[in-house]
Write a protein that binds this ligand. Structure first.
Ligand code: ADP
Ligand code: MG
Length: 261
């Protein structure tokens, strides 16, 4: 129905092939993960799904309809929303306003009508606010709705990004390194939050994440990329014991040790 599929997906940057022939079907109404060493092509993969980059080759389909060549706004309308590896919020706007911005595609009267305070807009605006309060409650930010987004802690900003993405009422939510920069307590809270969002909203969640504890706890299915290629896919147990995956990760830590990291 609303399953997300990619086939033979390729993205090149000059001489570099960032994503090289990846084929995968994400299970519906489940949590999946895309993992792999830095530079594996994970973010580029999300950037193609969300229309930021057009693939050089291959197909992306949501519910059987192609997303290739569709603009990012339209892809959001079709039901895919995301957060970014580098947080993208309106730092000078309040927490509440950031979520209302994420909702604009569903407001008939549009942002302009809202700003001008046109009659007839009020009821719709009130409903939007109530939905925003609900979303902020769901991510634990209800106490902070009038704070400037830029003044929030890192962990809170990441949760606000999730609320903003959910404001678009997606069928599929993509999270690019949602636990990056979080301490273990924040990561544990985030893990519980992601699970509860999936269960309550019945959406598909696809996350890129380096925190293996979070990945293994949450994901039903995992896609593993290395140098732009799919090197493994399967359940956490299958992936964890896959020799190519072990090699990709051990190889990386050996190299890091050599570099003195
Ligand atoms: N806009 C771009 N222009 C040129 N090279 C890029 C661009 N975006 C990503 N890359 C390169 O593509 C490769 C994959 O990057 P990325 O998708 O960000 O990896 P990951 O998210 O897995 O760490 C890297 O070598 C990166 O430098
Ligand atoms: Mg990345």
């Amino acid at each position: 129905m609303s399953s997300l599929r990619v086939r033979s997906l390729v993205k090149r940057f000059g001489g570099l092939t960032a994503v090289n022939g990846v084929t995968y079907t994400f299970p519906e109404r489940a949590i999946s993960a895309v993992i792999g060493p830095n530079g594996a092509g994970k973010t580029t993969f999300f950037n193609m799904i969300t229309g930021i980059y057009k693939p050089d080759e291959g197909e992306i389909e949501l519910g059987g309809r192609s997303l290739v060549g569709v603009k990012p706004d339209r892809i959001t309308e079709r039901g895919i929303a995301r957060t970014f590896q580098n947080i993208r919020l309106f730092g000078g706007m309040t927490v509440l306003e950031n979520v209302l911005v994420g909702m604009h595609i569903h407001l008939r009267s549009g942002v302009l009508g809202t700003l001008l305070g046109l009659p007839g807009v009020r009821a719709e605006e009130q409903a939007a606010r109530e939905e925003a309060y609900r979303l902020l409650g769901a991510v634990g930010l209800q106490e902070l709705l009038n704070e400037e987004a830029g003044s929030l802690s890192y962990g809170a900003q990441r949760r606000l990004e999730i609320a903003r993405a959910l404001a678009a009422r997606p069928k599929v939510l993509l999270l690019d390194e949602p636990a990056a920069g979080m301490n273990p307590r924040e990561t544990a809270e985030l893990t519980a939050l992601i699970r509860s969002l999936q269960e309550k909203l019945g959406i598909s969640i696809i996350l890129i994440e380096h925190d293996m504890k979070l990945v293994m706890e949450l994901s039903e299915h995992i896609l593993v990329l290395e140098h732009g290629e799919k090197i493994a896919e399967g359940t956490p147990q299958e992936v964890r014991t896959n020799p190519r995956v072990i090699e990709a990760y051990l190889g990386r830590s050996a190299a890091e040790q050599e570099a003195g990291l």
